[in-house]
Design a protein around this ligand. Sequence first.
Ligand code: ASN
Ligand code: CA
Ligand code: ZN
Ligand code: CA
Length: 331
Amino acid sequence: FQEIETGTGNSQYSGKVTIGSKKGTSGYELTDKARGGHRTYDLKHAESGAGKLFKDANDVWGNGKPSSAQTAAVDAAYGAQLTWDYYKSVHGRKGINGDGKGATSRVHFGNGYVNAFWDSGCFCMTYGDGEGNKKPLTSIDVAAHEMTHGVTSATGNMEYSGEAGGLNEATSDIFAAAVEFRAKNPKDVGDYLIGEKIDINGDGTPLRYMDKPSKDGASLDKWKAGAGRVDVHYSSGIANHFFYLLSEGSGKKRINGVQYNSPTADGSKVLGIGRAKAEKIWFRALTRYFTSTTDYKAARKATLRAAKDLYGATSTEYKRVAAAWAGVNVK
Ligand code: ASN
Ligand code: CA
Ligand code: ZN
Ligand code: CA
């Protein structure tokens, strides 16, 4: 029997949430015992070092605004919690390495830093506070994106350049969307957008769009020769778009109040199999068939193999995987 204290968090992006905390000698600390002891640290605007483990006297954390240093910690801890729970309940994976060991999150990196990143060396996710320290990069989709970089390192380990790099980035976006769709929180309706809450562009637009990646002005909607020379955050568009088409199909669709309109490479219509099955296929491909040098052609083969394992070679699912890849010009 292990006693699990649960703290109350006032997050910036998800309203009031429950977060895992641990009772220490004086008050509580932000250690999630139910999730491998995942810990959340305060970098206090430094750009190096481990930071200081968040502590609190009454187990009520943050005030929903950046004026409390604890607020970003609440969002980061909540995002890590949802991502942990997603991998465990949907894919049976215990933690990033599959060994039940928790990672760490570090918030308040630098000043006005508009990025977040995963570092396998410290087994940690790090978050900046955004422009003017107003919109920390701690939304659920960003947290799930960064934590998934850890899962990718431990599995397919696609190198972070060329087409493999695009597949690495897309894997993070795919599971970011998957985690966000499962957040049972009225403030977190899932979508196929990445970073819609952190306002990185300053005009309210998201960082990336999975239904039509080129809407960001740089991402690829479909494979072309030379895709491997495109920045990995843009060549990821090909797989993000594949995942959208496989889940939802082409054309117009409204989900949770967001309007999508997904084209295909040749204008043909493709049908989806639903997100849950598409996630299963991508996860199986990632963990069993992707390697450091997997390119788009190999990713197609890997997902077809995964679909065959899960649903059979004559299944609708298998055929739709092939059709969705054709929809992004991967044949
Ligand atoms: N947020 C970026 C990412 O996760 C950071 C980076 O480019 N290293 O891809
Ligand atoms: Ca408190
Ligand atoms: Zn990334
Ligand atoms: Ca999102």
